[in-house]
Design a binder for this molecule. Structure first.
Ligand SMILES: Cc1ncc(COP(=O)(O)O)c(C=O)c1O
Length: 386
């Protein structure tokens, strides 16, 4: 009896669950993605194979990898990598780019290196859960800046003015936002920067979903603010999540040096083969983006046409990122709907409750067209009878 009481207390008062919450979307995907027949849950634009990369870059696999010694390589990422990444920004020098294990590693590094107990952060919510729950697990006071569906999921600056205090060390944003797709405009970000400056706070922006359109309205935080930190990777825009290469970029060497110090404790390198592939893709940016812009455009059209025919689905304009966040008019909870949908049709979505939003789903539409079309057709039939 005493033993059972101890287990109970451990689970509810002192166990691991108390230290960090489960990562809603990742836990969902870990459990279900390999059993999906029509996977409409992913947030990557149809991943590239080695054969496709070889064709796209005009380099054989032997030319890419043949002479590569499998040592640790360049610890911070090769000079070619740092140079290519720096060119994605206006105000970033190659020495202020550090390679990480995906954007996941970059976000973790920024939070681990800069925050300490007693600090407070303001985190956009919902968002990629790392950006609020890692700080929370470090004992940092986490204040949520909620996105309001009535305001088309756009955050309210007046609200930020109320939330910021002298203790605010960092504002955490995700631009464009996972899951809502909210794309933050330059004027808006400039106002965030002005507020951050008043309390000398960092602004960390996870920019993995930089939209893939000619729409020039996207601006990186490092091109706006000396305490801005940009995290990004080759997982989404460049279609190679499997190489696990991301980066953290700033325009201030002092901040980068802090990251350098903490980075040595969390990783050595991302792997020489991965660096080679990352450089090959970044050096062929125009070709990769042309491929992906076409996928986004054509598949968005398929999705939009489908939505127009569906009575139970509501979806407003969404930016050129690999997923949309439609609302479903259904009875019952959205997770049960998604589990049954998978079991009965093989179609996988991500239920909105995994981001603390009810009645919405994250629908990844940048998969191959046959999967998208069949998946949407099965979803239609399922919605009709639900
Ligand atoms: C907003 C956001 N940041 C980071 C990641 C992880 O990216 P990476 O594969 O580069 O670690 C994801 C993956 O879904 C994401 O949605």
């Amino acid at each position: 009896m005493q033993f059972l009481t101890m287990i109970f207390l451990n689970n509810f008062l002192g166990g691991d669950e108390m230290k960090i919450a489960g990562f809603g979307v990742e836990a969902w995907l870990n459990q279900y993605e390999k059993s999906a027949v029509y996977d409409l849950s992913q947030s990557t634009i149809e991943s590239l194979s080695l054969a496709e990369i070889s064709k796209l870059t005009g380099l054989t696999l032997s030319e890419l990898f043949g002479k590569q010694k499998l040592d640790y390589g360049w610890i911070e990422g090769s000079p070619a990598f740092k140079q290519a990444v720096a060119q994605l920004y206006q105000q970033v020098e190659p020495e202020n780019v550090l390679q990480t294990n995906g954007a996941t590693g970059a976000n973790y590094l920024a939070l681990y290196a800069l925050l300490e107990p007693g600090d407070q952060i303001v985190a956009e919510y919902p968002s990629y859960q790392q950006l609020s729950d890692i700080p929370k697990s470090f004992g940092i006071e986490t204040v949520y800046w909620r996105l309001d569906p009535q305001n088309n999921w756009y955050p309210d600056l007046n609200r930020l003015k109320q939330l910021i205090t002298a203790k605010t060390k960092m504002i955490c944003l995700n631009n464009a936002n996972n899951p809502t797709g909210t794309l933050l405009q330059r004027d808006f970000l400039n106002e965030v920067v002005e507020l951050a400056k008043q309390v000398n706070a960092y602004v960390l922006v996870d920019e993995v979903y930089q939209p893939l359109s000619a729409d020039a309205s996207f601006v990186s935080i490092v091109d706006l603010y000396e305490k801005g930190i940009s995290t990004n990777s080759l997982s989404k825009t460049y279609s190679v999540p499997g190489i696990r290469v991301g980066w953290i970029a700033t325009n201030d060497q002092k901040i980068t040096d802090i990251f350098r110090k903490y980075r040595d404790y969390t990783m050595i390198c991302a792997g020489v083969l991965n660096d080679t592939l990352a450089v090959a893709l970044l050096n062929n940016q125009a070709k990769v983006l042309a491929r992906n812009q076409q996928i986004v455009k054509e598949n968005a059209e398929i999705l939009t046409n489908w939505v127009q025919r569906e009575d139970k689905v509501e979806l407003k304009h969404f930016p050129a990122i690999p997923f949309a966040f439609p609302k479903f008019e259904i009875n019952g909870d959205i997770e049960t709907f998604c589990v049954k949908l998978l079991q009965e049709t093989g179609v996988l979505l991500v239920p909105g409750n995994r981001f603390a939003i009810l009645n919405h789903v994250r629908l990844g539409y940048c998969t191959d067209k046959a999967t998208l079309k069949k998946g949407l057709q099965l979803l239609s039939e399922y919605l009709l009878n639900y």
